[in-house]
Write a protein that binds this ligand. Structure first.
Ligand SMILES: CC(C)(COP(=O)(O)OP(=O)(O)OC[C@H]1O[C@@H](n2cnc3c(N)ncnc32)[C@H](O)[C@@H]1OP(=O)(O)O)[C@@H](O)C(=O)NCCC(=O)NCCSC(=O)C[C@H](O)C(=O)O
Ligand SMILES: [Mg+2]
Length: 276
């Protein structure tokens, strides 16, 4: 299975600050599909060197059954050169690059990284250019950086993320056009579980393939929202069993070949745990 195929099966990708050894250890036992060990926003400026060393060492120890990524600092930050040198031989499955604004930004750093990248779209230029960013040969998928988008563009999203729809859907469209996964942004409200559930379901309905998270309490809700439900699996199995090839009536609805293909993808998603 290619990395892009594996990433398409990832329901949940949780950030863990590289300097939080206790959280990294805890993360090994959590039912999350992917970890993103963070060197950027969660790490204060005076601990960047320590964070780099810890991230590389943790990846070397391994995270069995999970994909693992390291998020580097911004491409225009003073930290990026040291970040790249530190991870050049890292076995991370991929690297997350924040605040990507154009495909050309990616050419030089991706030539030095040992594995593909997930590009974060976090501002207006990235949004305008995200089709080319998603299509870049070293990009395995996109991640929405909703905090930075809101801060950068002055968006004050409503309770259903009104104001962010265009940004979110633009990213999904760009990733889908490139045949790659798109991960929805984080929800900062650590204690609002019903809000998280609604946001996950909205993200999935928009076409995001998975959700980025910041806390273990968010995992179960997001796994459920982004994984096929028992009902969806049963419906998919029924479509596959009923299919005769062309257009036909099935349980009161028309089904054609694309519905059978969609049903097969649902079954595939239900069978796989990413990283295994
Ligand atoms: C947000 C937090 C700072 C909250 O911390 P805290 O209140 O201390 O957490 P708890 O006491 O509730 O933690 C309970 C236990 O869970 C473990 N824990 C907490 N968070 C994580 C985690 N992310 N991964 C693994 N384990 C975690 C604690 O260690 C406790 O364990 P134990 O002691 O054994 O009981 C904190 O959750 C946190 O730091 N989260 C990640 C923050 C982060 O990485 N931020 C950067 C990425 S998001 C971003 O940058 C936005 C994006 O760029 C954008 O623009 O939108
Ligand atoms: Mg950000």
């Amino acid at each position: 299975m290619t990395l892009v195929e594996k990433l398409k099966l990832v329901r949940t990708a949780m950030y863990v600050p590289a300097i939080n050894g206790r959280a990294l250890e805890k993360a090994r036992g959590l039912d999350v599909d992917m970890l993103i060990i963070d060197l950027e926003d969660s790490v204060p400026a005076d601990r960047k060197a320590e964070a780099r060393e810890a991230a590389v060492a943790e990846v070397a120890k391994g995270f069995p059954g999970k994909l693992v990524a390291i998020r580097l600092n911004g491409l225009d930050s003073p930290e990026i050169e040291a970040d790249i040198i530190a991870v050049e031989r890292s076995a991370a499955d991929c690297f997350v690059l924040p605040k990507v604004e154009s495909a050309a930004d990616l050419d030089a750093p991706t030539q030095r990284l040992p594995n593909p990248v997930l590009a974060m779209i976090e501002g207006p230029l990235g949004l305008y250019n995200c089709r080319e960013i998603a299509a870049h040969r070293s990009v395995a998928g996109l991640i929405a950086g909703v905090n930075d988008i809101c801060a950068d563009m002055g968006i004050r999203p409503g309770p259903n993320r009104e104001g962010l729809e265009l940004a979110l859907q633009t990213m999904v469209l760009a990733a889908a056009a490139a045949g790659k996964p798109a991960f929805d942004g984080v929800n900062n409200k650590l204690d609002d579980m019903s809000g998280l559930d609604a946001e996950c379901r909205q993200g999935r309905a928009y076409g995001f393939t998975g959700k980025t998270l910041i806390h273990p309490n968010q995992i179960a809700i997001a796994n459920t929202a982004f994984g096929p439900s028992v009902e969806e699996i049963a419906a998919a199995e029924a479509i596959i069993a009923a299919s005769t090839g062309g257009a036909q009536r099935h349980e009161g609805k028309m089904i054609e070949s694309m519905h059978v293909e969609q049903a097969r993808r649902t079954i595939e998603r239900s069978r796989h745990t990413a990283g295994s």
